[in-house]
Design a protein around this ligand. Structure first.
Ligand code: KG4
Ligand code: ZN
Length: 342
């Protein structure tokens, strides 16, 4: 294998990730420290707790990654780091670490977009992305359809959620079912024992593509409200609810909408490859239904393994390798974090 040796640092939310790759195709280390347990009792990420956890975990995680990859810091060709979007107090910890490394090692620094990292990470398992490819990016903060021509330079948003992100819907529904944060993995597990056809939850905006504007937007707040109403009504009626049935029916609605729109967008744009990315792309039903529907539509599906869908440093390292290989200029050493980066 060849290509630049890139060290990637991710700290946009509650995972401290350090990844080391050789080019976009060889994974040498993927170390992640999570502060998720510290946030669980609050029902969501507490920004100050997350920043402090990054500060404590950063150097140990870096040292573990270097040991795992069996490389010395001086061998690294470039430092890549998440510059946004994310929690400001979390981003600055990773950026400060990356800047210190780049400055002291005299290596180029690349401040990168976390969301693009989610899309690009698949390259480490399945090779360079075809042109074009439609990316379904579903995380805690975003749900987007992206038309990707070139991961380093040419990405167009063709759909986004007009309200809640898919992961946010998972986390909110989990909370109203009395389940811990983060809701996605818990609901995914419980849904295995439930009936996905038990409750007919709404599919927001399914039939309403704005074809004239070439838009394929999502909406998940109506679904979340429908689950809340269902639970409230059961309480009023004094009727017990089956949490697995609610979980499975909710999960089916999310997977149905996400996959239907992705396939419709492929048809509309004449694209025959889809790549999944983001924490919700770890969801078993989304992965399964997307595979079925892609197959039926003659679309090739690329799915990174679940451990690479949730936040990690490899996604930033791989994107770093791609931008280095594309010849992009390094970031300014004074680069700042951009919590609202588009
Ligand atoms: O990409 P990610 O790790 O962080 C962000 O960039 O937001 O995504 C986190 C989100 C959370 O909302 C979490 O509940 C969801 O991904 N998630 C899942 C699963 N694993 C994580 N959602 C559904 N099913 C899963 N298996
Ligand atoms: Zn993420």
């Amino acid at each position: 294998m060849s290509g630049p040796l890139v060290l990637g640092i991710e700290s946009s939310c509650d995972e401290t990730g350090v990844g080391i790759v050789r080019g976009t195709g060889e994974l040498l280390a993927n170390e992640v420290a999570s502060s998720v347990d510290l946030h669980a009792r609050f029902g969501g990420v507490v920004p100050e707790v997350a920043s402090r956890a990054h500060l404590e975990a950063m150097v140990p995680t870096l040292e573990r990654a270097l040991a795992k990859a069996d490389v010395d810091l001086t061998e690294v060709d470039a430092i890549a780091v998440t510059a946004g979007p994310g929690l400001m107090g979390s981003l600055v910890v990773g950026l400060a670490a990356a800047k210190a490394l780049a400055a002291s090692l005299h290596k180029p620094l690349y401040g990168l977009n976390h969301l693009v990292g989610h899309v690009g990470v698949d390259m480490i398992e399945h090779g360079p992305l075809p042109d074009p490819v439609l990316a379904l990016l579903v995380s805690g903060g975003h749900s987007q359809l992206l038309l990707v021509r070139d991961i380093a330079s040419d990405i167009t948003e063709v759909g986004t959620t007009i309200d809640d992100a898919a992961g946010e819907a998972y986390d909110k529904v989990a909370r109203l079912l009395g389940l811990p944060y983060p809701g996605g993995p818990v609901i995914d597990r419980l849904a295995q024992q439930g009936d996905p056809a038990a409750i007919a939850f709404p599919r927001g905006l399914t039939a309403r593509h704005d074809l004239e504007r070439h838009r394929f937007d999502y909406s998940f707040s109506g679904l979340k409200t429908a689950v809340a109403r269902y639970v409230e009504q059961a309480e009023v009626d004094g009727r017990p609810i089956s949490v697995p049935d609610v979980a499975a029916s909710f999960q089916e609605a999310v997977a149905d909408v996400l996959t239907a729109k992705a396939i419709d967008a492929c048809r509309h744009f004449g694209v025959d490859h889809i790549v999944l990315g983001g924490g919700v792309a770890a969801n078993s039903r989304l992965r399964g239904l997307m595979a079925e529907r892609a197959d039926d539509a003659g679309v090739v599906l690329r799915r990174p393994r679940p451990g690479l869908c949730t936040d990690n440093g490899v996604m930033i390292a791989v994107l770093g390798a791609a931008v280095v290989e594309a010849g992009r200029d390094p970031s300014d050493p004074g680069i700042s974090a951009d919590s609202g980066m588009p």
